[in-house]
Design a binder for this molecule. Structure first.
Ligand code: GUN
Ligand code: ZN
Length: 384
C-alpha cells in the first residue's frame, strides 16, 4: 500500500506506527499520501545551476558545471549552498538520498557533520582531464575521509572513468572492499564519452569493465545512466547485482538518449529513478516519474505505479544496506521512518493506484517542486 487517498497514518518518535485506509469516498479537497522520495543520484553543488544547458555532456561539464563547482572550495559557499539544497529537496518531497558532492574533501566533511540523517554523500573524485583547481589524487581525498570518518560512512565517488587514473580507481575499489561504503559513478551516458573511455582504457573490454577491473561493482554500487551499453555489460551488471540510477529528465535535457529499460529489466538489473540535478532540471522525483512514463512509451512497459516504486521503495532498499535503522525507507510500513508526502488528490473516475497516479502526474504543475501540500520528515511536519 504505497498510495493512500483516504487514510489515517499514525507515527511516533519519527517512525510509522500504523496505516489504516478509511471507508467511504475521500473528501473532494482530500490529500493523496505517499512515502517521501529517495533520490540516489543528485549533484548538490549543481542545484543552483540546474536547468542551464549548453550542448551535450562533455562541453556542458567543461563550460558550465566544472566552473560552478570550483566555487565550493570556499567553505562558506559550500555551507550556504548545502543549506539551500537540503531545504529545496524537502520542499520537493525528498527526504533521503545519495549525493555527489563538490570535488573537495572539506565540503564533504562539513556535509556529514551538519545534515539530517538520511543522506549519504561523497566528494566527486577528479584526478585528470579537468580544470587544475578541481584535480586531486583520489587516494589523498579518500584518506581525508577515512581519517575523519569516526564511524560515519561516505560515498566513494569516482566522478566518471575519464576523470580517474587506473591507480585512482583501484584505490576506490580497495576502500570499498575494506569499508563497505557505497560506490557511485556514471556509466555510458553519452557516445562521445563512451569513445573517450575506449581510448583512455585500451586494456578494458568496455566502459563497465573499467569499473569491474577496479573491483567497484556489486550490490553496494550504483551507476547513473547506462544508455549506450552492450549486452555483455547488461549481463555483467545483472551478474554483479550492480544498481542503475535511471535519470530520464537529465537524459532528455542533455540529449543523451533513452536508457534501454526493456533490456535492463529482462536481465534483472536492479534500478531506481533519480533526478541527476543539475543536468536534470528539477529536484522533484514527480517530474522524473512523469518523464519516465513519457520517454518509454512504445518501447518498454513503464507504468506510473512502477515509477512510484522506483522513486521510493527501491532506492530505500539500496540505502538500507548501509544503515539498518532506515529499514522500510520509502514505504508506509509500520516501523519505517516517517517520511511522507501529501499531494492534492486528483479528481477522477475509478481509484486504482495506476489511475490515480496517472491523473496525478497529468495534473502536476510544470514546476513539480512546488506540488506537495505537506512533507513530513522523521515525523516532523516540515511545512503544510
Ligand atoms: N558525468 C561526469 N560528471 C557528470 C555530471 O556532473 N553530471 C552528469 N549528468 N554526468 C556526468
Ligand atoms: Zn550525475
Amino acid at each position: 500500500m504505497q498510495l493512500l487517498p483516504h487514510a489515517e497514518i499514525v507515527w511516533c518518535d519519527g517512525r510509522i506506527v500504523s496505516v489504516a485506509a478509511l471507508s467511504g469516498p475521500p473528501p473532494s479537497d482530500g490529500l493523496l499520501w505517499m512515502p517521501a522520495f529517495v533520490d540516489l543520484h543528485v549533484h548538490w553543488p549543481q542545484s543552483h545551476v540546474r536547468g542551464q544547458f549548453a550542448g551535450q555532456l562533455l562541453p556542458w561539464l567543461r563550460d558550465a558545471i566544472w566552473p560552478a563547482e570550483a566555487a565550493f572550495a570556499d567553505p562558506a559557499v559550500a555551507e550556504r549552498r548545502a543549506q539551500a539544497f537540503a531545504a529545496a529537496c524537502t520542499r520537493a518531497g525528498t527526504c533521503a538520498g545519495l549525493l555527489f558532492g563538490p570535488p573537495f574533501a572539506q565540503a564533504s566533511l562539513q556535509w556529514a557533520a551538519e545534515r539530517v540523517a538520511g543522506y549519504m554523500e561523497g566528494p566527486a573524485l577528479m584526478e585528470r582531464h579537468g580544470p587544475p583547481e578541481l584535480l586531486h589524487p583520489a587516494s589523498q581525498t579518500l584518506r581525508s575521509l577515512t581519517d575523519a570518518a569516526a564511524g560515519r560512512m561516505f560515498a566513494i565517488t569516482p566522478r566518471f572513468a575519464p576523470n580517474l587514473t587506473p591507480a585512482g580507481l583501484a584505490a576506490c575499489g580497495a576502500l570499498a572492499a575494506q569499508t563497505g561504503w557505497p560506490v557511485q559513478s556514471h556509466l555510458s551516458e553519452n557516445l562521445d564519452e563512451v569513445h573517450w573511455v575506449r581510448d583512455l582504457f585500451p586494456q578494458a573490454q568496455d566502459y563497465l569493465d573499467v569499473y569491474d577491473q577496479a573491483g567497484l561493482l556489486g550490490p553496494r554500487c550504483i551507476l547513473a545512466h547506462a544508455i549506450h551499453v552492450s549486452d555483455r555489460e547488461v549481463d555483467r551488471l545483472a551478474a554483479t547485482g550492480t544498481w542503475i540510477a535511471h535519470c530520464p529528465t537529465s537524459n532528455v535535457a542533455l540529449g543523451s538518449g533513452r536508457m534501454p529499460l526493456e533490456r535492463l529489466q529482462a536481465a534483472g538489473v536492479p534500478w531506481v529513478l533519480a533526478t541527476d540535478v543539475g543536468a536534470g532540471p528539477q529536484l522533484s522525483l514527480l517530474d522524473v516519474m512523469r518523464t519516465f512514463v513519457q520517454v518509454h512509451r512504445g518501447h518498454a512497459v513503464a507504468t506510473a505505479e512502477q515509477s512510484l516504486c522506483r522513486a521510493t521503495a527501491a532506492p530505500g532498499t539500496f540505502l538500507t544496506q548501509f544503515d539498518p535503522s532506515w529499514a522500510g525507507l520509502g514505504t508506509l510500513q509500520p516501523g519505517a521512518p516517517a517520511h511522507l508526502v501529501a499531494l492534492p488528490c486528483p479528481t477522477i473516475e475509478g481509484d486504482s493506484p495506476e489511475t490515480l497516479l496517472r491523473a496525478l502526474l497529468a495534473q502536476l504543475p510544470a514546476d513539480a517542486e512546488t506540488a506537495p501540500t505537506a512533507v513530513v520528515q522523521w515525523g516532523r511536519r516540515m511545512f503544510g
